[in-house]
Design a protein around this ligand. Structure first.
Ligand code: ATP
Ligand code: MG
Length: 438
């Protein structure tokens, strides 16, 4: 196949037969975020490269191996965003939101770009739903963000995704932990991958997140941060767990979660599907805003992979709303009928109906075949006789039954009533998705 008709490796097209599923999960996520007081922010696809170097961190896989970085025609180093937090943090600082009412709570759906080996569930262009909360230090903020992520999964019908949480402490307690890690990894220095040998000196915690199997095996027995938490960090973590317990949100403490980005402190969490796919990851990053030159205000949030979420939903057999369907196909016969049908279609669409009619100039037989392919629920044929009498037959394409209907108000009223009945049934069906709220 020629390159012109082939999308770049690691990218996907979302075709009309599945885009409604994307719309469903995106709208669900944004609307639940609104219930929690998070409102949408939109930031650019590209930023100055140093924003990501600073925030994501120089020693991370993302910065070292995965960024799409290029020089623009003005000689600036530009990077396509590999994640959503850095841009949101930059915008919150740039527009002074951080100096207004706190906390600042934003949500987003963004495309992200990482030069990764493409494989199932791992793309070079992917999408994240995410939220950020800046200016809240209390542990209930962590619990709230986690509860938000869990509620999204619940409301799309995913009840068996496990919540894994951990605390990776603060710079104070981490210093002692770094020493312990260095001592541990030093005895394996020769065996670690090249990147991790460099990390050993600069940021030994990053070794814990290395994807190389050799490093992974060595890291499995490394000391864990949980044993090194200072008293305030330990108390903070205990209170996060206390809130989750109170709301009966089940979780497991997983001392091996470190997260792939440098900016994390204290709480980190991952939502893991029964097949082991990480649907969302997040946590707290109390040093991020300051690292970017802003005030010493804490931050936290999560990123949820939209592709991964959809994949896990399909695997779990979750329900989606019905695919969009055509309410009515209007089939004109003859020129006079075409303009009458055009006017009718326009009026019915204004009234909220989904209507199609012939824009190709097909024979009646070909039109009916097309209506069938579209899955139109009803059809109306308009020829000379119908034009004259103002009455036509509304045909139910599933049952084959027909009903006489006037082409003026009658068609709209009848169709409206029929589609309303169907919509109500659809809503009731979708509601069976929503797990019982305790
Ligand atoms: P992983 O350990 O799987 O590489 P990560 O730690 O790099 O994940 P984050 O930066 O936390 O991932 O991104 C948040 C979420 O975005 C992930 O939990 C995942 O659902 C999704 N995600 C990350 N990278 C990709 C990718 N290349 N393709 C699709 N989804 C991704
Ligand atoms: Mg990654």
């Amino acid at each position: 196949m020629s390159l012109i008709t082939q999308a770049p490796r690691g990218t996907q097209d979302v075709l009309p037969d599945s885009s409604y599923k994307w719309q469903y999960v995106e709208q669900t996520a944004l609307s639940i975020a609104r219930d929690f007081g998070f409102h949408e922010i939109r930031t650019p696809v590209f930023e100055h490269t140093n924003l990501f170097q600073r925030s994501v961190g120089e020693t991370t896989d993302v910065v070292q191996k995965e960024m799409y970085t290029f020089e623009d025609k003005g000689g600036r180093s530009i990077t396509l965003r590999p994640e959503g937090t850095a841009g949101a943090a930059r915008a919150v600082l740039e527009h002074g939101l951080i100096n207004g009412a706190l906390p600042v709570k934003v949500s987003y759906i963004t495309s992200c770009y990482r030069y990764e080996k493409s494989q199932k569930g791992r793309y070079r262009e992917f999408h994240q739903f995410g939220v950020e909360c800046f200016g809240a230090l209390a542990p209930q903020a962590d619990a709230e963000v986690i509860a938000l992520a869990m509620q999204i999964l619940k409301s799309v019908g995913l009840t068996d995704v496990a919540l894994h949480i951990n605390s990776i402490g603060c710079p104070t307690c981490r210093a002692r932990y770094h020493e312990a890690l260095k001592a541990y990894f030093a005895s394996y220095a020769e065996t670690l991958c090249g990147t991790c040998q460099d990390r050993l000196a600069r940021n030994p915690m990053r070794i814990l997140d290395c994807k190389s199997p050799v490093c992974g095996e060595i890291a499995a027995a490394a000391p864990v941060m949980m044993d090194y938490l200072c008293e305030p960090c330990a108390a903070h973590f205990a209170q996060v767990k206390g809130c989750l317990d109170a709301a009966e949100i089940p979780y497991q403490v997983d001392t091996h979660i470190v997260r792939g980005l440098d900016y994390y402190t204290r709480t980190v969490f991952e939502l893991v599907s029964p097949q082991g796919l990480v649907v969302a990851g997040g946590g707290r990053y109390d040093g991020l805003l300051q690292e970017l030159g802003g005030p010493a205000q804490p931050g936290l949030g999560f990123g949820m992979g939209v592709e991964r979420l959809l994949m896990v939903m399909e695997e779990a057999g979750c329900r989606f709303p019905a695919a969009p369907q055509c309410d009515l196909y209007l089939a004109p016969m003859g020129e006079a009928a075409v303009s009458r049908c055009f006017a009718l279609a326009t009026a019915l669409r204004e009234g909220g109906m989904t209507v199609e009619f012939d824009v190709v100039g097909r024979s009646l037989k070909a039109q009916m075949k097309y209506a069938d392919k579209l899955g139109a629920r009803y059809t109306v044929v308009v020829g000379d006789a119908e034009l004259e009498s103002g009455v036509a037959k509304l045909k139910d394409m599933t049952t084959g039954e027909t009903e006489e209907v006037s082409l003026d108000g009658g068609l709209y009223t009848l169709l409206r009533q029929k589609t309303l009945d169907r919509e109500l049934a659809g809503v009731a069906d979708l509601f069976s998705n929503v797990a019982e709220i305790g």
